[in-house]
Structure formats: C-alpha cells, structure tokens
Design a protein around this ligand. Structure first.
Ligand code: MHQ
Length: 256
C-alpha cells in the first residue's frame, strides 16, 4: 500500500522516460543526418548548370544507376547508424534488425531526402549541388523520380521540425507489421514507445493533427518502395552484369 506510486509519480515516470527516449532519437538523428539544415539552407541556390546537367544526361543507363545506387547506399549507411541508436533497436535479434532495415531503410532515406529538398525550384541536394528531375533522366525511370520528388514536396508542406522528423523516421523503421520478424512482440513494444514519444512531442508542439497526416505519408512511402523494387528488377534483367558486380554489396543485400 505504501509502496504504490501516486498517479502523478507514474505519469512523471512515463514522461521522463519518454523525454529521454525522444532526446536519444533526436541526438541520433542529428549525428547521422549527413547534412545540417543550416548548411543546406546556405547552399540553397547552388544549382547544377547546363553543362553539368548535360553530363548526367549523357551517362548510360547502367552508369547512372550505378552512380545513384552508390549514393543511395551511402545514405542507407547513415540510416543504419541512426537505427543502432534508437533505444531498443539493439535489443532485437540480428535477424529482426536486418528485417526492419531491409524494408525500412529506403523509406527513411526518402523521409530524410525531404530535408535536402528545395520546394521553391523542385530540386534536391545531390552530389554537392541542387538537382532537378532532369538530372536523373538517364535512369530511365521518370515515373519513380517524379513520385519521389512529389513525396518530398508533400513532406516539406508539413513543415516538420528536426525533432519531429527524427521521431517519424524512427517510427517508419520500427514497424511490427514488417514481414519475417522472429519476435513481433518485442518489436511491437519498441514501436509503442516510439509512437508514444512522437505523440508526446506533437502534443508538446501543439500539433496533434500532424499524426494523421504522417500516417498518410507512410502509405505513400510503401508504394514508392515497391516502385523502386520494381525498377530494380527491370534494371537487373536488362543489365545483369552491372547489377551483379558493380552495385554496392549493401545495396544488393538490402534490396536484391
Ligand atoms: C543524397 C541525397 C539524395 C538525392 C537524390 C537508381 C536507383 C538506385 C534508384 C536521391 C532509383 C532512383 C535519389 C533520387 C531513386 C530512388 C533516386 C532518385 C543521398 C541519396 C539521395 C537520397 C538519392 C537516393 C536515391 C534516389 C532516391 O545525400
């Protein structure tokens, strides 16, 4: 009787843990985010010129795919680092960590890409400058590029803070409904704590209505990733040698 904590002690306990959880996810996001927002803002008008765009466009399909696969893999490596520092992620089995990264890392890369996006001219920071869709022309998957740019545009419209992006990224990654999980229950517990953390900061920011909009973005992410896989299958069939020997091993391990 004397030992049971009061309601306010319990909620204090939950809130302190949630604050700590949010703080470590935000820290992890900051330390693995590749570029800081202020840095990107300063470079906002550094665009590729006509000759540089021409150079990308005259690359062969397989050359450009290889180039983008390398860039994408670099971005994925930062996401893997981010994941490792989400409280609870390391407690999952190796198998479940890989299963979550296989399905979620590309989605987090796309969420993060919205930070690198300039909505004023529809460009993304790529290879040191801002690039429009025309830069990716030789990939020969215009529909995917358009969909990815549209997604970035939609994410930017939500005007998320870095903390909100961090928590949302963690939530995208820690999803108990992913296929091939050994211990769904444990993933579910980590997912609930991240969900609680996101709810907590949205409440604090007085932006609870964002939760619904964020869940809508998750559905778009799913469709983008299946389009990416579809394009990859198309590419691997046409250029088996490039796909087999010139793609980064991590790219192959996660997506092939
Ligand atoms: C960089 C920023 C950046 C910019 C553009 C060919 C292939 C592997 C897939 C991003 C199909 C195309 C690219 C735009 C595709 C999914 C491309 C289109 C990190 C990498 C990143 C995010 C690129 C990743 C690959 C993207 C999404 O700092």
């Amino acid at each position: 009787l004397v030992c049971s904590p009061t309601d306010s002690q319990v909620s204090g306990m939950i809130y302190r843990n949630s604050d700590e959880l949010c703080a470590s996810i935000v820290r992890s996001h900051r330390e693995t985010s590749q570029y800081r927002v202020e840095e990107l803002h300063a470079l906002r008008w550094k665009l590729f010129n006509r000759e540089e765009i021409q150079a990308y466009q005259s690359k062969s399909v397989d050359e450009m795919w290889q180039h983008c696969a390398i860039r994408l893999t670099e971005a994925v490596q930062y996401v893997v680092e981010f994941a490792k520092h989400i409280p609870g992620f390391r407690m999952l089995s190796q198998n479940d960590q890989i299963a979550l990264l296989k399905t979620g890392s590309m989605e987090v890369v796309l969420v993060r890409m919205s930070r690198l996006f300039n909505t004023e001219n529809n460009t993304v920071f790529f290879d040191g400058k801002f690039a429009g869709t025309e830069v990716f022309k030789s990939l020969a998957c215009g529909d995917l590029i358009t969909a990815v740019f549209d997604f970035a545009h939609g994410m930017c419209a939500l005007k998320l803070t870095e903390q909100q992006i961090a928590l949302f990224s963690a939530l995208v990654l820690i999803n108990a409904d992913r296929p091939c999980l050994e211990d769904k229950g444990r993933v579910q517990r980590v997912q609930r704590s991240v969900e609680f953390g996101l709810t907590h900061i949205l409440h604090r920011d007085n932006q609870e209505s964002l939760m619904h909009k964020l869940y809508q973005r998750v559905a778009v992410l799913r469709s983008l990733c299946s389009l990416h896989m579809e394009k990859l299958r198309w590419f691997s069939q046409r250029y088996p040698l490039t796909a087999h020997s010139l793609f980064p091993p991590l790219y192959k391990e996660l997506f092939a």
